[in-house]
Design a protein around this ligand. Structure first.
Ligand code: SF4
Ligand code: SF4
Length: 208
């Protein structure tokens, strides 16, 4: 290929990229006009800018406005508890699987013991996660056999104090309703599977 031909190709490439950048620049203003008064600082505008239809270049005016995160977004884990007859029951059985699979080893669990017999009981007496070390991989939630630990959406966790970033059981705990609100599709899928398993169990028992 001759040098002249090569420089023609490169020249066209540069012009195409400039054209694309210019089109995005224009789209910004056209989209502002199309969604006059609604593109910024309104729930409708934020939802539009979080969608695949958005055009142009824009700045998210954080922290005054926040782009909603998708359901599968992961930040740090939380522990699910259920409120039954006035008591709080954590789903966690302190099996230790999450601590074993955690790549940076930032989960610590102390298993509770029966006060009468001294035998280990399926509850975490203490459970800590160092959220500064957590790499947000979601393995703990993925591998937990009891749907007891899930990944949160809350990413505003800055603090001035290193110690407060080692979360204990109380700080990690969230009611089941919270899980249902942040991950409704996952929650429903798991509930359906649970109901189906229960129905199968009852059917087997009635045939026995
Ligand atoms: S959160 Fe799940 S995997 Fe981790 S100890 Fe509790 S039950 Fe086991
Ligand atoms: S999200 Fe990953 S790094 Fe964080 S606690 Fe769970 S397994 Fe560990």
């Amino acid at each position: 290929m001759s040098d002249k031909h090569k420089s023609n190709i490169y020249g066209m490439g540069v012009l195409k990229s400039l054209g694309l950048a210019f089109r995005h620049f224009l789209d910004t203003y056209l989209d502002d006009i199309r969604h006059w008064g609604k593109r910024y600082k309104t729930p409708e505008g934020i939802a539009y800018r979080a969608s695949k239809d958005v055009k142009g270049i824009f700045t998210v005016q954080y922290p005054f406005e926040k782009i909603p995160v998708p359901e599968e977004f992961r930040f740090v884990p939380f522990l699910i508890y259920e409120e039954k007859a006035g008591t709080v029951e954590y789903r966690c059985t302190s099996c230790g699987i999450c601590a074993k699979v955690c790549p940076p080893q930032c989960i610590w669990i102390v298993r509770a013991s029966d006060p009468n017999t001294g035998r280990p009981s399926p509850d975490p007496a203490e459970l800590y996660i160092d959220i500064d070390i957590c790499m947000n991989c979601g393995y703990c939630a993925e591998y937990c056999p009891f749907d007891a630990i899930k990944m949160d959406h809350d990413y505003e966790l800055a603090s001035y104090d290193r110690k407060s970033n080692v979360y204990d059981k109380a700080k990690l705990g969230r009611p089941l309703s919270y899980y249902a609100s942040v991950r409704p599709i996952n929650y429903q899928r798991e509930e359906n599977a649970r109901l189906e398993a229960e129905a199968q169990r009852l059917a087997r028992r009635s045939h026995a």
